[in-house]
Write a protein that binds this ligand. Structure first.
Ligand code: PHB
Length: 398
């Protein structure tokens, strides 16, 4: 059979490309954009205080992409990984490794707000598409926002903006706040302070310790002496389990109500045991959300990874969903930036947490749930804030 004119053109184009490649000539932009594998970099904590969070995020990302046939916009994926150790002093260096050495097309990272500031700098300088699967640092979607940076998780004050009112409604009007002293804890406090004082509560003391310290004893002694109605906190990862256990061991459980930004009870309920029972938190996800979407996600995740998913797994999953939607819109051409960003800005993410959309500054607009930890599960009590958006203060998309 004679080749048709269009297939002959395709053959000629292919021959020209092969020739160009073998003679070392530079390939035209259109050919580079859509040929070969797409290079995806994961910059996550695989060691240190947040290691399990990094693993859950990677699991979620891979699960979402595998559900789309393991490709992005029709292209196979080549993965690159860097362990950021949740060490802010190496943030720029680690992100630069992925961008300059590995030449990634997409950077996914990270968990720790301080490390995120390094990624943000590299993302802004290089223009590489960057998805934030956890770190809530305000600047990333406020004053330092960028057209190529999208967050699929939360801003640090989003969960706690819903916490204060829930506490006052339960009659807990005098509280001590305790956290790790770094951006995530400080910005979680901003949300807590606003909501708690607006609802009529009084913060009697702010306590803190440096990340990732877990020497809670002296602070718990101070809390016992202050005798507040409640304690509200931001801690995350296995250290959160230790805080709840130490709180109980210090004799405070049952005397002083314990509340938290919901990360406190994520992924650690087994480790915390009965010390977590009754702890109330606010977060953009709950294990027990009674929707077909959440149930199917939980079942599939548990089967694949032999572990229960938590909020970090959900955020990773949503990162994969957002990336897949964007890449589909441009048929895998990461260089088609205006169309790619437009598709990601307009995406409606059908998440296990419930459907959410992107704010103008590229942060999720989402419901915040009130939950209680009970027998190893974060049970949903209700919606504490509906379609909550971060204000995106100072964000100018360049
Ligand atoms: C952060 O550093 O932004 C951070 C870390 C862990 C969390 C939440 C926020 O669970």
């Amino acid at each position: 059979m004679n080749p048709t004119p269009s297939s002959r053109r395709a053959v000629l184009k292919g021959a020209a490309l092969a020739g160009a490649a073998s003679s070392g000539l530079l390939l035209p932009e259109w050919a580079l954009a859509q040929s070969g594998k797409i290079r995806v970099g994961l910059m996550l904590p695989y060691s240190g205080a947040f290691a399990p969070l990094g693993v859950a995020i990677e699991n979620g990302v891979r699960m979402a992409i595998n559900e789309q046939g393991g490709k992005l916009g029709g292209r196979e994926i080549e993965w690159f990984k860097v362990d950021d150790e949740s060490d802010p002093s190496k943030g720029v260096e680690n992100a630069t490794k992925l961008v300059q050495r590995d030449k990634v097309d997409v950077l996914i990272g990270t968990v720790h707000s301080g490390v995120q500031m390094g990624i943000q700098k590299v993302a802004r300088d290089s223009g590489v598409l960057t998805l934030i699967p956890n770190a809530g640092v305000h600047a990333a979607t406020r004053a330092l926002c960028a057209p190529n940076v999208f967050r699929t998780s939360f801003s640090n004050s989003q969960p706690t903006l819903a916490l204060g009112e829930a506490m006052v409604k339960r009659g807990h009007k005098k509280a001590v706040w305790i956290t790790w002293k770094y951006a995530a804890g400080d910005e979680a406090f901003e949300g807590f302070k606003e909501s708690y004082t607006k609802a009529g509560g009084t913060i009697v003391k702010e306590l803190g310790l440096p990340f990732p310290n877990v020497e809670f004893q002296a602070l718990l002694t101070e809390i016992a002496a202050l005798k507040p109605d409640a304690v509200a906190c931001f801690f995350a990862g296995p250290s959160g389990a230790k805080f709840m256990k130490d709180f109980a061991a210090a004799g405070l459980k049952g005397k002083i109500a314990l509340y938290g930004s919901g990360f406190l009870t994520e992924g650690v309920l087994e480790a915390a045991g009965p010390a977590a029972d009754g702890v109330m938190t606010t977060l953009h996800y709950s294990d027990s959300l009674d929707t077909p979407r959440n149930k199917a996600f939980r079942l599939s995740y548990a089967k694949t990874f032999r572990a229960q998913p938590d909020v970090y797994a959900v955020q990773g999953y949503d990162t994969g969903l957002l990336l897949a939607q964007g890449m589909k819109a441009v048929n895998g051409d990461v260089n088609a930036k205006p169309a790619l960003y437009k598709a990601m800005e307009a995406a409606v993410i059908d998440s296990p947490r419930g459907k959410w959309t992107m704010s103008k500054s590229h942060n999720p607009v989402q419901d915040i749930y009130l939950r209680v930890a009970e027998k190893g599960e974060n049970k949903v009590i209700g919606v504490a804030a509906k379609a909550l958006a971060d204000p995106g203060t100072g964000c100018r998309m360049g």
